[in-house]
Write a protein that binds this ligand. Structure first.
Ligand code: ATP
Ligand code: MG
Ligand code: MG
Ligand code: MG
Length: 476
């Protein structure tokens, strides 16, 4: 089943059940305290929080999302993209837990021939908050799941709260079992990658106060208007339904992976490290395409910094597979072609998108060229003196010249010398501490406009910086 078909079935299903179909909002959220739209519920926060009366009692959408906090997972797990689409159904004081559970089960397990997603009940598990007897009873009533596949988990995973006084409530998540060859038995409670989370149902049920932490608060009582907020990962369902191994191999992403492999002269599946690189490239090219299409341009801070980082990581991963020159002109048109069915605007705006992306690639390739000269001098000196390349040289290259540590290590290793990584890592740590202190100061000045504090964590990796993550990402 193509991704577009799952998308269509989702909206149809909920539209038939009285939901207003709301188009995806921009990746650039209206909430100034939120870097990007990180979940389907973001555009609906004013209604969910009761700040603004909802114009409809129920809504459904397929929302474009960016989660920078998942960047280190990309390509390594089968299920984390920096860009992805979250299918959501929402109730604003209208239906509650029973219908949310009933709808989810029906859509997932109705056969493909009858318009559903055609999952087999035997492959599904659910988790519920351990004290939510109501949810347990409802799963028993509305699904055919045996009791042992309804697992109770604690507040840390199955409770939604903002960390502030206001709405909170239990959640229930649906998982797909990829099978015994993918890990251990025991269900999602084992936290094993064998079980892929596909859908999260949040029941906004209580008014809480006296909040000490996300899991430590007092329940004042039931909310006068209870809400439903759910999110199903479109790419996750797509990869399962398409019978491929991960979300980078679905119809909307795989063509980019294949083109990158062709450009690099690699065979996908032949080498684990290269496979991870190809998946990262396919993911990041798509994220770049979608971000530029929503008006973001590369810069040294904020949203533009994230975009810059994604684009540069593509260049770096291509370089690590031996591609020295430009490749965006090969990759971006392929991503456009794969995405324009769902988002025709990426074709209409492609002139602009490609100009922005290709210019960033050119700048970074120039940076790499001048960094390589500095490094070659340092490598020659280290070879003569029978020492390692100094850690502060590696840091300077990284910090001042934007030259990634991965390349420093690789080029030094090629020349048979090592790099003083200990000094490099401690300089990185110092810089990270400074960035954190900075971010804290900035945060303090910012008005706290949203009660949805938890969500913000999903888009705030930015403050720890490119610096921190490039080094970690070298374990590819
Ligand atoms: P995980 O535990 O797998 O990281 P999550 O609990 O962070 O997922 P939620 O915040 O509950 O995810 O988001 C709702 C749904 O959106 C998830 O059940 C999943 O299907 C999808 N989703 C979340 N993050 C991603 C991502 N980075 N890439 C693709 N799909 C995602
Ligand atoms: Mg997550
Ligand atoms: Mg989860
Ligand atoms: Mg979840």
């Amino acid at each position: 089943m193509q991704t577009a078909e799952i998308h269509r079935r989702w909206l149809d299903f909920f539209e038939k059940r009285g939901h207003t179909v709301v188009p995806s909002a921009s990746l650039v959220s209206d909430d100034p305290s939120l870097m990007f739209t990180v979940a389907g519920m973001v555009p609906f926060v004013p209604y969910l929080s009761g700040m603004v009366p909802a114009p409809y009692p129920r809504a459904t959408s397929v929302q474009k999302c960016i989660r920078t906090n998942d960047i280190e997972e990309v390509g390594k797990t089968p299920r984390h993209g920096t860009f992805f689409q979250m299918c959501g159904n929402f109730s604003f004081g209208d239906y509650f837990k029973a219908d949310a559970i009933r709808f989810a089960w029906e859509l997932l397990t109705t056969s493909e021939a009858d318009g559903g997603l055609g999952f087999e009940a035997k492959d599904l598990w659910v988790t519920v908050y351990e004290e939510d007897e109501e949810a347990i009873a409802l799963w028993r009533e509305h699904s055919t799941l045996p009791d042992e596949r309804i697992q109770r988990l604690g507040k840390d995973t199955n409770y939604w709260s903002t960390g502030q006084p206001g709405p909170a409530g239990p959640c229930s998540e649906i998982f797909f079992d990829m099978g015994p060859e993918h890990g251990i038995d025991g269900g999602p409670a084992t936290d094993d990658d064998r079980y892929v989370e596909i859908w999260n149902l949040v029941f906004m049920q209580y008014q809480v106060a006296d909040v000490k932490s996300k899991t430590d608060f007092t329940i004042l009582g039931e909310l006068p208007k209870k809400n439903i907020d759910t999110g199903m990962g479109l790419e996750r369902v797509a990869f399962i339904k398409q019978g491929v191994a991960n979300m980078y191999e679905i119809d909307q992403v795989r063509p980019v992976l294949d083109r990158a492999a062709a450009v690099a002269g690699k065979m996908y599946g032949a080498d684990h490290a290269d496979d991870v690189r190809l998946r990262i490239i396919a993911d990041h090219v798509r994220s770049g395409l979608m971000l530029i299409s929503d008006g973001v341009t590369p810069s040294n801070e904020g949203r533009g910094y994230i975009l810059r980082r994604l684009l540069r990581r593509v260049v770096l991963q291509m370089r690590l597979m031996g591609v020295m020159g430009a490749s965006f002109a090969e990759l971006f048109p392929v991503s456009r072609d794969a995405m324009q069915g769902a988002y025709p605007v990426v074709a209409q705006d492609f002139d602009h998108i490609s100009k922005v992306a290709y210019a960033e690639e050119k700048t970074f390739l120039r940076t790499l060229a001048s960094g390589i000269q500095i490094l070659q001098t340092a490598v020659a000196a280290a070879t003569d003196a029978h020492t390692a390349v100094a850690g502060d040289t590696a840091f300077l290259l990284h910090d001042t010249h934007g030259f990634p540590i991965e390349l420093t290590l690789e080029i030094a290793a090629d020349a048979g010398v090592s790099v003083d990584e200990q000094v490099f890592v401690s300089l990185m740590q110092e810089q990270r501490d400074r960035a954190k202190a900075d971010a804290k100061a900035k945060k303090g000045q910012r008005a706290d406009l949203s009660v949805y504090k938890e969500l913000r964590g999903l888009g705030e990796t930015v403050f720890t910086g490119y610096t921190e993550l490039t080094h970690e990402s070298r374990v590819l």
